[in-house]
Design a protein around this ligand. Structure first.
Ligand code: DC
Length: 221
């Protein structure tokens, strides 16, 4: 039997950092589903496709080869790991990820990647849609201001020039699009362990998640 760990939550709640560390700790495969939506968005922008042209966006999703190798993301064989983190992608990705057919295509890919493996998968609909049978479901949250502050620091450290207010607005907009969309909106999965990370360090969050897993498996993992 394989073990599936689902980590969901809004932008900036610390999901990917925690998921990566947890995967390393457990020796599991880390799957960043947000990166897949970002890769499709990058291709759509590169090909100058209008964000209103759903048909062509779905076509891009269908024809693109997206693969993950640890923390690296490949789009048709090209390493796009850095490019998909740019603010322009963050601004547009929620539009692309709202399209039901795009979700269908990517959810299928995500399930396939997870098949037969022990995985830690992070996203918005992992515990609800992608891996509803996951043995462990976590939902990470943090205050809007703290999430914006984290994203702002992250971008600043990468040398990207942004204003805190702009990041705050972008996260607010993304929250409303991700939670308000018709297909698989961001919701807390049933049975998920909720962790508010506002006043916790990354290490403390990883510790809590790890402890919850160990407690529920009687230390077998
Ligand atoms: O986690 P992230 O910021 O890299 O995700 C980018 C966007 O992709 C996010 O705004 C919503 C979307 N997304 C999604 O709809 N479903 C997922 N499982 C993961 C991400």
């Amino acid at each position: 039997m394989t073990v599936k760990i689902a980590i969901d939550g809004p932008a900036g709640a610390g999901k990917s950092t925690v998921a990566k560390k947890l995967a390393k700790l457990l020796g599991f495969t880390y799957i960043d589903t947000g990166a897949m939506y970002r890769a499709i968005t990058l291709k759509v922008l590169r090909e100058n496709i209008s964000l209103e042209d759903e048909e062509r966006i779905v076509e891009v999703a269908r024809k693109s080869d997206i693969s993950l190798d640890g923390e690296r993301v490949f789009l048709d064989g090209e390493d796009v790991s850095e490019e998909i983190r740019k603010p322009i992608i963050s601004q547009k990705v929620s539009v692309v990820s709202q399209i039901p057919e795009v979700r269908e295509i990517l959810v299928k890919k995500q399930r396939k990647i997870a098949e037969g493996k022990n995985v830690v998968m992070d996203g918005r609909d992992i515990g609800t849609v992608v891996l509803p049978d996951a043995q462990f479901k976590f939902f990470l949250t943090a205050s809007l201001e703290e999430r914006a502050r984290r994203r702002y620091e992250e971008l600043k450290n990468k040398g990207t020039e942004v204003k805190y207010e702009e990041v705050l607005e972008e996260i607010k907009k993304r929250d409303s699009l991700d939670s308000g969309r018709k297909t698989s909106p961001l919701t807390i999965p049933e049975g998920a362990i909720l962790i508010d990370t506002t006043d916790l360090t990354e290490e403390e969050v990883v510790e809590r998640v790890y402890e919850a897993i160990r407690k529920n498996t009687k230390g077998e993992i």
